[in-house]
Ligand binder design. Structure first.
Ligand code: 0XW
Ligand code: MG
Length: 367
């Protein structure tokens, strides 16, 4: 099998209700969908969709420029040789893993379809028919965040992530206490500052919430800041944005900076890289999520497939953007949340086929 053409599509993804984090808020995103066409009747789809230009050092136009640089050198390769495909991408362009991730995801989709297996089966096998997700509560008043936490618990979510930061730390401390009062035991909680806290405020917050069982996610902006305050914090620390690749994951672990990760699929380079992170975390008994910063059904399906292969005792769930997106790329096989869980797609490959009418005409074509 050989790659004969690669098409790139734009998909508008308005963010229903907006999404507010400490350092940025987004209301309209444009996703980049990649189609790998082969000399057989099999095609594969991948996707990358930064949640705006501030969350990580990624942006929509950057992903498209990187794909333009990379893609011509892939024509003629067998997409099922995913390791070789990734090396060819690295030989064509240094970095921009979030763009390469779209190609990697599509290559896994093709491999699954070619071998007649789901991506999760190729990755080691799914732990069940559904996997847990978590609900991310965006920055709002302490009362509103507490009310929403309670509602999401009643809906069946096993975990919530509270977005904190970007305001007076006293309001975040009050929010965490009010949420704790509003929920019944059993709900796991992460407080995610998205890099925004000073080391001073991270210490205040953690020490004043010391009796509340929760994880502190991505409190500060650098590994050095986290290292400086780690032994003054009263909570386990999860790393998200700063774990940019497999090497960062190993550095964070070997320097004793983390107790787990909020792990993102496209940031580390796609399904192949996320599988490596999964295995490193398994070797060191570290919990983690398997999600992405944003994206439609292709990214959601890819995250669910990897998430389905993580040992349940260490799995923190797969967050997907579905609650903020109207409609699905594949209305027959949508990736949906029901009572805090997501069904693992059943078809070969990623198990979803985007409706062409949602993709429109390609914005770039190669081959
Ligand atoms: C909750 N998320 C997975 C979605 C947003 O992009 C932020 C992200 C996170 O954990 O930081
Ligand atoms: Mg996070």
């Amino acid at each position: 099998m050989k790659l004969t053409a690669i098409n790139v599509y734009n998909v508008d993804l308005p963010v229903a209700g907006g999404y507010k984090m400490a350092t940025t808020s987004v209301s309209f995103l444009q996703s980049t969908v990649v189609e790998l066409v082969t000399d057989s009747d099999i095609t594969g789809f991948g996707e990358t969709c930064p949640v705006g230009p501030v969350y990580q050092p990624h942006h929509m136009l950057g992903a498209r420029a990187a794909l333009e640089e990379i893609v011509p050198s892939l024509i003629g390769l067998d997409p099922r040789n995913i390791g070789q495909l990734n090396r060819a991408m690295d030989a064509a362009l240094n970095g921009s893993r979030y763009a390469k991730a779209a190609i990697d995801i599509a290559a896994w989709d093709i491999s699954g379809k070619s071998y007649g297996r789901r991506v999760c089966d190729l990755l080691g096998g799914a732990t069940g028919e559904t996997i847990p997700t978590y609900y991310s509560i965006t920055v709002a008043s302490p009362e509103e965040m507490a009310r929403e936490a309670r509602e999401r618990q009643l809906e069946g979510y096993p975990r919530i992530q509270l977005k904190i930061g970007g305001r007076d730390v006293e309001e975040d401390i009050e929010t965490i206490h009010r949420v704790k009062e509003a929920i019944k035991p059993g709900m796991r909680v992460a407080a995610d500052a998205n890099r925004s806290l000073t080391t001073r405020d991270a210490i205040f917050l953690s020490q004043r919430c010391r009796n509340i069982s929760m994880v502190l996610e991505q409190p500060c902006n650098s590994m050095d800041e986290i290292a400086a305050i780690r032994n003054q914090l009263c909570h386990p620390v999860y790393m998200d944005e700063l774990a940019e690749d497999v090497s960062d994951v190993m550095r964070a672990i070997s320097n004793g900076l983390v107790d787990g990760f909020g792990m993102k699929l496209t940031r580390v380079g796609g399904i192949s890289a996320l599988r490596t992170v999964r295995d490193i975390c398994e070797a060191r008994s570290l919990p983690h999520t398997c999600d992405d910063a944003w994206g439609g059904d292709i990214i959601a399906a890819a995250c669910v497939h990897v998430g389905a292969t993580v040992a349940p005792t260490r799995f923190e769930g797969t967050w997907i953007a579905a609650p903020y997106i109207e409609g699905n790329y594949d209305e027959e096989n949508p990736v949906l949340i029901e009572r805090g869980r997501i069904k693992v797609p059943t078809g070969p490959g990623l198990g979803i086929t985007p409706d062409r009418s949602k993709l429109g005409s390609p914005i770039m074509s190669f081959g």
